[in-house]
Ligand binder design. Structure first.
Ligand code: AMP
Length: 323
């Protein structure tokens, strides 16, 4: 995860919610991709480390366990850069130019300078991030499948020259339910300012929910409303465990027998019940900055041991060894 901002409900649904159950099944590595944050935002790095600390506190809040998984910071394992450099020697530039997100993001993010070598190369850096741990599986949504396909092609090309050195990673497709924004936009996203942060207080959550976009055709409570695609109900489905309450609200909404205030008040209550334990754990973690830093440094030390083993193998295979 790139430390480019505070985490929001979209991250909880689309990433952390999928990561937590994997901890019991696999030997997981989760990392703060601080170098990747620079691929699109290199000029202002003032908040990079504070976002990194906050993001990790959010992971712990959401239930990731630094004893069960390895948490690390990319820049604390500089071997990632070495593998990226070596891979860059064998990978043709057009392979990176054809990655779908390359042109897409250049067209969509006009306010950013995406003409750098770093931005072109970021999917290759991802290939290094994954293969340096001999990762078999990478939990990703559909949007990242093309990047993993590139990683497999890169591994095949590298192994073709130097022997069976790197492992081809496979996607572990996560249910990438895209959470809409408070404003009804199809994606909750920092850049659209339509988010509820994991750090928001109960009052802030309530205030944001009460201002949420609903069915625009429903100007009065006695007009039948649409539930499908209505963000208030998408959130009820995602966060309200009281199925009977959600079904009752939907039925009355469709019949024009419930006001937005009741639907939203119940949503705010469900959301706060869901977020409260997360908030408590993240706040407790942030109150112990030394321990938080230790978790990140110690995890990075563990990750580095594995990364160094892989690099020794890579250097051997490439015959770049001086002894
Ligand atoms: P970002 O911070 O936008 O780079 O997102 C990092 C990851 O969080 C994405 O790859 C998704 O897995 C997840 N994510 C971000 N926003 C959303 C959203 N609105 N709905 C679902 N998942 C999301």
């Amino acid at each position: 995860m790139r430390p480019t901002g505070r985490l929001h409900l979209g991250h909880l649904v689309g990433a952390l919610g999928n990561w937590v159950p994997l901890q019991g099944q696999y030997d997981c590595f989760y990392f703060v991709a601080d170098w990747h944050a620079l691929t699109s935002d290199y000029s202002d790095t003032t908040q990079l480390t504070s976002f990194a600390y906050e993001n990790v506190a959010d992971w712990i809040g959401a239930g990731l366990d630094p004893d069960a998984s390895t948490f690390f910071v990319q820049s604390l394992v500089p071997e990632h850069a070495e593998l990226y450099l070596l891979l860059s020697m064998v990978v043709p530039v057009p392979w990176l130019e054809r990655v779908p997100t390359y042109k897409e993001q250049q067209e969509n993010l006009k306010d950013k300078d995406l003409s750098s070598i770093g931005f072109l190369g970021y999917p290759l850096l991802q290939s290094a991030d994954v293969t340096i741990y001999d990762a078999n599986l990478v939990p990703v949504g559909e949007d990242q499948v093309a990047h993993l396909e590139l990683a497999r092609e890169v591994v095949r090309r590298f192994n073709n020259f130097f022997g069976n050195v790197l492992v081809e990673p496979q996607p572990l497709l996560t249910t990438f339910a895209r959470l809409p924004g408070l404003d009804g936009d199809k994606k909750m996203s920092k850049s659209l300012g339509n988010t509820i942060h994991l750090a928001d207080t109960a009052d802030e959550v309530k205030k944001k929910v009460m201002q949420m976009y609903t069915d625009p055709k429903r100007v009065r409570a006695d007009i039948p409303g649409t539930v499908e695609g209505n963000p208030v109900f998408v959130y009820h489905d995602a966060f309200n465990p009281d199925q009977a309450e959600v079904d009752d609200l939907k039925a009355r909404y469709r019949a024009g027998k419930v006001g937005d205030v009741e639907v939203k008040t119940k949503l705010a209550r469900a959301l706060n019940a869901h977020l409260e334990p997360i908030r408590e754990r993240r706040t407790a973690m942030l109150a112990r900055p030394d321990q938080l830093k230790e978790i990140m440094v110690e995890g990075s030390r563990r990750a580095r041991v594995k990364a160094q083993e892989t690099m020794a193998r890579v250097r051997d295979a490439m015959k770049i060894v001086y002894r």
